[in-house]
Design a protein around this ligand. Structure first.
Ligand code: ZN
Length: 270
């Protein structure tokens, strides 16, 4: 079924059968969906957007993919090679959809990305079956400190992309059933109202099923794990001249059918 918009308190509406910890609920995803089919999701009270946290705040694993759109791989000076570039964003970097983020780097860059939430424990998944282990999708920002990322003998992608607040996600986990074409969604990023990135997720070099297959061939995936699937062209450090995020900027990250993140930037607390 397609879930209506609105919201309810799952813990109270289920009489305590389900808890309020969204991360823990991912272990009961199929049961939760079945229960929701017999319940009446309806708005009750207002949600204050600024109080929203990340839909899944404590994933056991966060996978991230580099260079997954051909134009971005070109602008970054990389040729498409035979395997996806995989790194992690350490989970402590996750933030809510409207988080204020400290400008922890003089070369702080934006990367709007589709984020996949895993819905079942899975290993060695075939690409043809891969959507069956996906719970839903959300918007993500793979904020990146290019100075830290590119320092040293070899790039340190994971560290440069994991300062506090560098992983805004949300605004909600949208179940797959709500999306007619989960593999072909418009994706865009706006900096102070100017559109700096736009593409469709169907342009990925390695689509979601292929990523799930390749990751699960090595690692067991767990319910609530996240996969940041890579960013389209238009990042700041490949512009002439380069452009970076600064105090006072407003970054909006939007994906068709999933909603948007709205993040502002502030000075590092002294
Ligand atoms: Zn990225």
């Amino acid at each position: 079924m397609v879930w209506p918009s609105g919201h309810l308190d799952v813990e109270s509406a289920s009489g305590g059968r389900f808890g309020s910890d969204t991360q823990a609920l991912m272990g009961e995803w199929a049961d939760l969906l079945a229960w929701m089919e017999g319940s009446e999701p309806a708005s009750a009270g207002a949600i204050e957007p600024s109080e929203l946290g990340p839909p899944l705040p404590r994933p056991r694993q966060v996978f991230a993919i580099g260079l997954n759109y051909a134009e971005h791989a070109e602008e970054a000076g990389h040729l498409r090679e035979g395997v996806p570039q995989v790194f992690t964003k350490f989970p402590s970097c996750l933030a809510g959809p409207n988080a204020r983020v400290s400008v922890a780097s003089p070369r702080l860059d934006w990367e709007v990305e589709l984020v996949v939430a895993v819905g079942a424990e899975a290993s060695a998944v075939e690409a043809e079956n891969a959507w069956s282990v996906v719970a839903g999708l959300m918007v993500g920002q793979d904020l990146s400190a290019r100075d830290v990322q590119l320092a040293g003998a070899a790039p340190q992608w994971s560290l440069g992309k994991s300062f506090a607040g560098f992983g805004p996600t949300g605004p909600a986990l949208v179940p797959l059933a709500n999306l007619d074409r989960p593999d072909d969604l418009a994706i865009e990023c706006l900096l102070n109202g100017e559109r700096v990135q736009h593409a469709r997720t169907s342009q990925m070099v390695w689509p979601v099923p292929e990523l799930v297959a390749r990751l699960s061939a090595v690692c067991t995936l767990y319910p609530g794990d996240l996969i940041f699937t890579g960013t389209p062209a238009g990042v700041g450090n490949r512009r002439q001249p380069p452009r970076y995020l600064a105090e006072g900027d407003l970054l909006v990250s939007r994906i068709e059918g999933l909603g948007e993140l709205s993040n502002t930037f502030c000075a590092v607390a002294g």
